[in-house]
Design a protein around this ligand. Structure first.
Ligand SMILES: NC(=O)C1=CN([C@@H]2O[C@H](COP(=O)(O)OP(=O)(O)OC[C@H]3O[C@@H](n4cnc5c(N)ncnc54)[C@H](OP(=O)(O)O)[C@@H]3O)[C@@H](O)[C@H]2O)C=CC1
Ligand SMILES: CC(=O)[C@@H](O)[C@H](O)COP(=O)(O)O
Ligand SMILES: [Mn+2]
Length: 385
């Protein structure tokens, strides 16, 4: 029996992870859950999975949840302290890191410090603080299992092979809803258009990241930290069918790929159960029915966020944390109708051009840079609006 903590249980990944737990009650027990604001769903999850402790964002929501649960309910905490208490729960074996954005960094790092294995969906943690996270995980002998579909595919395609035989990794990208639109057409797309991902049902922030292809940029940085390869050996292919989830090219020319229907339960289950595979009720992949799988190079003029992310990875230091924070602010502004789609990348580029602190030696340095970049991004937005 594996004891799980699910950070971000009310989100798309969190709900899928609980779906797997519900299907395999003999293998998993939930000891802690955390939500942001959705206390209605958290309440249902508490009733179904009986965690010992939960956390929400604000103390007022924690109070309301305690009232609804009554004296028999689990301990209900709030704020970052609550997240950390859940992430470091004494009985936990593994923490599913599925909060969206840099808000996932502190609890994920706390889980690593407490020696918990991590099933990592929250890519922003590695983007902001990859060097610190990976070195602490190594020191604490913590294993990080990728949940992100591309990284799970690469992880699976590396199984049984030697790292020095790898020539490059090829991350696939759907191209999002605007794959076939021109740059000119992108100037007037709406949040509704951008939220209409062709293949995946995901949270709002990552769905916009897919539309700008910042998601792929963040994933290139994530792959750099997880698989220890430089930007030059991390390529992206547009693959609109999202069937090949990513590939590893070896020095003898062999390319090993992982395929499957686009359903996050497959990579989540592999992260939870590694090295075992769990039986899942997922439609079988029918390649004959599909007929054609296509691949092409990404257009980085149209999807300039992808180029910004590669540049930030090459620059190193605080650049990836700045990229991430400015992106989070810009995506939120776009979703709220405050800026146009094309301004997302312009805002990130403007913030990256400003002089800044570059020393990242401690998690507090990352948090300071993150706050700085958010303030600057908001300033740029108010100047252009
Ligand atoms: N969805 C997917 O298929 C994939 C997602 N990922 C990554 O997984 C992560 C989660 O994505 P996804 O599930 O789509 O996101 P969602 O927006 O669906 O869910 C996010 C979760 O985080 C919680 N949350 C949001 N803000 C905070 C905060 N400040 N403090 C604490 N909790 C917070 C939300 O709570 P509430 O809703 O209660 O407010 C929710 O539980 C992201 O990093 C994403 O990039 C990676 C690959 C695929
Ligand atoms: C499911 C998953 O892992 C997402 O990160 C997905 O890859 C997003 O699709 P894009 O390829 O469009 O970014
Ligand atoms: Mn992905």
């Amino acid at each position: 029996m594996k004891n799980l903590v699910i950070l971000g249980s009310t989100g798309s990944i969190g709900v899928n992870a609980l779906d797997i737990v519900a299907a395999h009650p003999d293998k998993y027990r939930v000891v802690a859950l955390t939500a942001g604001n959705n206390i209605d769903l958290l309440h249902e999850q508490i009733r179904a999975f009986r965690p010992e402790i939960v956390a929400v964002l604000s103390e007022s929501q924690a109070k309301e949840l305690r009232r609804r649960l009554g004296p028999q309910g689990p301990e209900v905490l709030s704020g970052v302290q609550g997240l950390v208490a859940c992430a470091t729960h004494g009985n936990a074996d593994m923490v599913v890191s599925a909060i969206v954005g840099a808000a996932g960094l502190v609890p994920t790092m706390a889980a690593i410090e407490a020696g918990k294995d991590i099933a990592l969906a929250n890519k922003e943690t590695l983007v902001c603080a990859g060097s610190l996270v990976m070195s602490r995980a190594l020191e604490k002998e913590v294993r990080i299992f990728p949940v992100d579909s591309e990284h799970s595919a690469i992880f699976q395609s590396l199984e049984g092979h030697r790292k020095h035989d790898v020539r490059r990794l090829i991350l696939t990208a759907s191209g999002g809803p605007f794959c076939n639109r021109s740059l000119a057409e992108l100037s007037h797309v709406t949040p509704g258009d951008a939220l209409n991902h062709p293949n995946w049902e995901m949270g709002r922030k990552i769905t916009i990241d897919s539309a700008t292809m910042m998601n792929k940029g963040l994933e290139v940085i994530e792959a750099h930290w997880l698989f220890d390869l430089p930007a030059e050996r991390l390529d992206v292919h547009i693959h609109p069918q999202s069937i090949v989830h990513s590939m590893v090219e070896y020095i003898d020319g062999s390319v090993i790929a992982q395929m499957g229907v686009p359903d996050m339960r497959t990579p989540i289950a592999y992260a939870l159960s590694y090295p075992e595979r769990l039986p899942l009720k997922i439609p079988a992949l029918d390649l004959c029915e599909l007929g054609t799988l296509t691949f092409e190079k990404p257009d980085t003029q149209k999807f300039s966020c992808l180029k910004l992310a590669y540049d930030a990875l090459r620059e190193g230091g605080s650049a990836p944390a700045v990229l991430n924070a400015a992106n989070e602010v810009a995506v939120e502004a776009f979703l709220n109708g405050g800026i146009s789609f094309l301004n997302i990348s312009r805002i990130i580029a403007s913030v990256l051009e400003l002089p800044r602190e570059d020393e990242i030696e401690h998690i507090d340095d990352v948090l300071r840079v993150d706050r700085w970049a958010r303030t600057r991004a908001r300033r740029v937005i108010s100047e252009i609006s």
